[in-house]
Design a protein around this ligand. Structure first.
Ligand code: ZN
Length: 404
């Protein structure tokens, strides 16, 4: 069945690339494929001779086709596109006043996105994640059947089992809780000498208990009072097989009236309001010995990374919104909203990641609230519920993708 389906895809991929197209606009010079270093999938670079004004990505789930049109643009004479076999077949051709790139995937297209390369003059990047070929008929039923009947020798059974394994692998299972600061780095010091590092470790442990009860695997970057360099936090998270990174911090401000919660995801759209937090949470780098490592972390690198981590960023933003909603609706906290921040620790995680500021310990009444059992439980359960709801939505979307 698999070979029949691939045959169909070949037909759908249409004629071979044409050498015509000397129209206006930058020229598509070449197409290259690289495995994404951060995500499961492939980054396809469409190298243009200049900046394309307009581009659009279309994804047809039924025919497993991804199409990108760029306008105005032309095609370098003789330019071709050869995709790795595991990815599928690709074609480029001139269309009207532009060019069309088309990938007929060798399997199910689980994710597809297109961006400009922030650093190369005109290049467009297409990220695709191609999964196993879906079973041809009623996939949900064939998966169910394979769990009841012992797997036989037919290739259909093997495919169904493999797909089910893949689905399990993609499900959100391991959450990494990152209590900010620790050891020689106390974080911010608040009202009544409350220390950020102690508060956030306690909150992280509470969140962990809730998560474990709900069936999550939980990993901690630190579970005691010790100093951990920012870059090691990301490494610990990845080595633990983390799929979601939640960094917990507390805020402070010279103005004692400042209060409320805010949650960050990685981004370059800076706002003045967020600058203080970003500076403070990144400042720990000054305490670390290996400064050079961080010197590579500059705006250009971040901009580049943003392109390849786009799927993560959307997921991170979704989780950040859910956390803020829980703080506001269920814990009754003042909502300082979701913000984008150039935060090193989120970048280093290499997975969907957020940093949440649970309140201002410089504000006497908020500090008092965060001293009480009730306050801490409210905050911890708000974070927990947001993660749980995020997982449920994430897994439901996977089931839907799998059933198509
Ligand atoms: Zn902090």
């Amino acid at each position: 069945m698999v070979s029949a389906l691939v045959g169909l895809l070949l037909l759908l991929s249409g004629p071979a690339p044409s050498g015509r197209g000397h129209g206006a606009g930058p020229r598509l010079e070449r197409v290259t494929f690289t495995a994404s270093s951060r995500l499961p999938g492939t980054v396809i670079r469409l190298a243009f001779s200049g900046r394309v004004t307009e581009f659009a990505l279309e994804r047809d789930a039924r025919s497993a086709t991804v199409r990108l049109t760029a306008r105005p643009a032309s095609l370098r004479s003789g330019a071709t596109c050869i995709a790795p076999e595991s990815l599928g077949r690709c074609a480029i051709r001139a269309v009207n006043d532009g060019v069309l790139f088309e990938l007929s995937a060798a399997g199910q297209v689980l994710a597809a996105d297109a961006y400009r390369d922030g650093t190369e003059a005109g290049d467009l990047l297409v990220y695709v994640h191609v999964g196993p070929v879906p079973a041809p008929a009623t996939p949900a039923l064939s998966v169910a059947a394979s769990t009841v009947d012992p797997p036989g020798n037919s290739s259909d059974d093997t495919a169904a089992v493999a797909r089910e394994d893949d689905l399990e692998k993609l499900k959100l299972d391991t959450v990494v809780l990152d209590a900010g600061h620790g050891g020689t780095d106390p974080g911010t010091i608040g009202y009544n000498r409350m220390r950020e590092k102690d508060l956030v470790l306690d909150i992280a442990r509470r969140v962990g208990v809730y998560l474990e009860r709900a069936g999550f695997r939980v990993a901690y970057t630190r579970d005691d009072d010790r100093f951990i360099p920012l870059k090691d936090r990301g490494r610990i998270a990845r080595e633990a097989g983390g799929e979601l990174f939640v960094s917990i911090h507390a805020n402070s401000a010279p103005d004692r009236a400042a209060s409320g919660t805010e949650t960050f995801f990685l981004g370059t759209h800076k706002t003045d309001a967020a600058r203080d937090v970003i500076e403070r949470e990144n400042r720990v780098i000054d305490l670390e010995e290996d400064r050079e490592h961080y010197e590579q972390y500059n705006a250009a690198q971040l901009a580049r990374l943003r392109l390849t981590q786009s799927a993560h960023l959307r997921q991170s933003q979704d989780l950040a919104s859910r956390i803020q909603e829980q703080y506001r609706e269920r814990a009754g906290r003042k909502d300082r909203k979701v913000k984008e921040g150039n935060l090193y620790v989120l970048w280093s995680a290499g997975m969907p990641a957020i940093l949440t500021e649970i309140g201002f310990i410089s504000n006497p009444s908020e500090a008092r609230y965060l001293t009480t059992e009730e306050g801490r439980d409210h905050i911890a359960s708000a974070i927990f519920r947001a993660i749980r709801d995020y997982r449920d939505a994430h897994d439901a979307a996977l089931e839907v993708a799998q059933a198509h």
